[in-house]
Design a protein. Structure first.
Length: 614
């Protein structure tokens, strides 16, 4: 066993790792404060993929050599390898405090910031690194990733292209350029770059997965499936490829393969982690009085769609607790089959077995022909529905509720949400009145501000009118409560693929859904109906980005529907005593109303007087 640093180092360089390690540890027994020995021992262990042991050594080196920047740099690298992002961030920050121009620390810090979705800070690190050395293609590529992840796709494209100017055979830059092009809907160009990426690096599983995604957007499903399969062959535990393949199977109605593979979602970096409950996962057998916890995941629309299974689980003879987003507690309180609701993040009551709501189709063996499509399974609050019946009474036209904007943080949102001006053909149909179901404003997307019912405003930049409730929606009763009550008083809902569509479908409201060319798996392929929601009709793009054709088709059909629908009464039918009580309530509210509301109340009184004369 070498008993000097030089001999241990020679063994290290010769690849005699066991002998070198023994030598370094022998030295450290005598000199536990030898920062240099701790540091090289850490490098030796890191070369053997013993990252946890290496981290301990680097931490010791940093302790005994506190002013040496390489110590915290290697601590950061070990934390990065272990995917311990906050710890890695702190270590790199410490390194940069000691040596502000440490290029690799800046680049690695940018990466760990990006992994924590701190994209602005990540961008700043990469730009600082480029100010030090501008001709490093990896930095341009990483900057592109940060810009892409914060939605700055055009800027990201420029970064990837510059990286490829510096290194034309840079596989990762080709692949990430392809990913950004997919997000922009430029699938043909994306496929070209992704194919080049796999040519340059044929063992790059991530490239095959992204190529599969691009081909799926182009609806070349057989080729997409083959590339997902190749990604899994190269990297058997590659969760994203397994999950993408499951979405393709589900889209094609292959539930037998799709639901089992859908369980890979829990291991994907882009999904929420699985709750750490220790109770057994339910196997679908009779509950015999046991309590089951069903927990939601992903988005609001997913929760609204899959909460239908609570009633089926309840029929297995147990007590059902549902854990959901806090915002949905009021709405789901009216859902059958639920004995108790609890908000996500709160500790649920004691339970015996558990299941994720979106795992229930697997547990219960759901096939396309056995989808539990009975609606309604959600109900509007009766008092709120009555309130909005009065508020909407003056609108005698065919009432069409519209929603054009989903969650802007959703990666595919630019191809799901739309410019509200696309609704113009519907507004021009004689006898139609559009009513906005959008609640919050978004620059360039939403309607002009409207503080009260009765203000008629076109969406930003649109040349048509629609009624906007603005901030009145769901202000007091809770999210979706007023929206559901309004939907109960509409003739039709027209929406993009967002939670409003799921709400309307669960309420069994007549609903038309505008779907992009590469629609989500749950709408299956090329169908005009949905087995999940019998009252939905699907209108699909014929090519990616062609919303005009979708709304032309809707307008033509709407004309026929309106022509066949009798016009509603001027206000509502009521007995004289009920009419008098209505007038009394309006007059009582008038003295305390602000000017905008008072104007509306006087209009309602005037229309009530006309009805009384009739």
């Amino acid at each position: 066993m070498p008993d000097s640093f030089d001999l241990a180092w020679q063994a290290h360089q010769a690849g005699h790792f066991s002998e070198a390690e023994q030598g370094y540890r022998h030295i450290l027994q005598r000199e536990p404060r030898n920062g240099r020995a701790w540091f090289v021992l850490g490098n030796l262990l890191q070369a053997q993929e013993r990252t946890g042991d290496a981290l301990s050594c680097f931490q010791q080196a940093t302790q005994w050599e506190p002013r040496e920047a390489d110590g915290p740099f290697h601590v950061g690298n070990a934390h990065l390898k272990l995917q311990q992002w906050p710890e890695a961030e702190a270590a790199y920050q410490k390194c940069l405090a000691l040596r502000p121009g440490h290029l690799e620390a800046l680049v690695n810090l940018g990466f760990v910031l990006g992994e924590q979705q701190k994209y602005v800070e990540a961008e700043a690190c990469y730009r600082q690194a480029l100010a030090i050395q501008h001709d490093v293609p990896e930095i341009h590529q990483n900057l592109g990733n940060a810009l892409r992840d914060r939605g700055e796709l055009e800027q990201a494209l420029a970064c990837y292209r510059y990286a490829l100017q510096l290194r034309p055979d840079y596989s990762k830059a080709h692949v990430n350029l392809g990913v950004a092009l997919i997000a922009l809907g430029k699938s043909e160009a994306a496929v070209a770059h992704l194919k080049r990426g796999v040519e340059l690096q044929p063992d790059f599983a991530e490239a095959f997965n992204s190529l599969g995604a691009a081909l799926s957007v182009s609806r070349d499903f057989a080729a997409a499936d083959a590339h997902y399969a190749r990604a899994v062959e190269l990297k058997p535990d590659y969760a994203d490829a397994h999950w993408n393949r499951s979405l393709l199977w589900l889209l094609r109605g292959d539930f037998e393969h799709g639901w089992p593979a859908y369980e890979w979602r829990w291991r994907c970096s882009r999904t929420l982690p699985k709750p750490g409950y220790n109770e057994p996962v339910w196997d679908g057998s009779p509950l015999h009085g046991r309590t089951i916890l069903l927990y939601g995941e992903q988005g609001l629309g997913d929760m609204l769609q899959f909460v239908r299974y609570a009633e089926i689980v309840k029929a297995r003879g147990g007590r059902v607790i549902v854990q959901c987003q806090r915002s949905l507690l009021p709405m789901l309180a009216l859902c059958p089959g639920i004995d108790q609701l609890v908000a996500q993040g709160e500790t649920p009551p004691t339970f015996d077995v558990q299941a994720a709501l979106m795992s229930l189709p697997l547990i219960l063996g759901t096939r396309p022909e056995t989808i539990p499509g009975r609606t309604p399974y959600l109900l509007a609050d009766a008092a709120l529905a009555e309130h909005w019946r009065w508020q909407l009474a003056p609108v005698r036209e065919f009432r069409v509720g519209i929603a054009w904007q989903g969650n802007s943080r959703y990666p595919w949102d630019r191809h799901r949400s739309i410019d509200p001006r696309h609704f113009a053909p519907l507004a021009r149909v004689p006898g139609v009145r559009l009513i906005s179901l959008q609640k919050e404003s978004a620059p360039g997307r939403q309607e002009s501000p409207a503080a009260d019912f009765g203000l008629v405003a076109g969406p930003a930049g649109a040349d048509f009118e629609c009624i906007s409730f603005g901030g009145l929606l769901d202000r007091s009763a809770g999210p979706f409560m007023d929206t559901a009550a309004i939907i109960a008083n509409l003739d039709l809902v027209v929406s993009v693929d967002t939670s409003i569509a799921h709400l309307a479908g669960a309420l069994a409201a007549p609903t038309w859904l505008a779907l992009n060319y590469s629609a989500d798996w749950r709408w299956l392929l090329d169908r005009e109906d949905s087995p999940w929601y019998p009252t939905l009709r699907l209108f699909r793009q014929r090519q990616l980005g062609d919303w005009s054709g979708v709304f032309r088709d809707m307008a033509a059909r709407l004309e026929r529907v309106v022509a066949e629908t009798p016009r509603r009464p001027l206000l509502v039918e009521m007995e004289p005593a009920e009419l008098a009580e209505h007038v009394r309530r309006l007059e009582a509210e008038l003295p305390t109303a602000d000017s905008r509301r008072a104007h509306r109340l006087r209009a309602l009184l005037a229309q009530t007087a006309v009805m009384a004369l009739e």
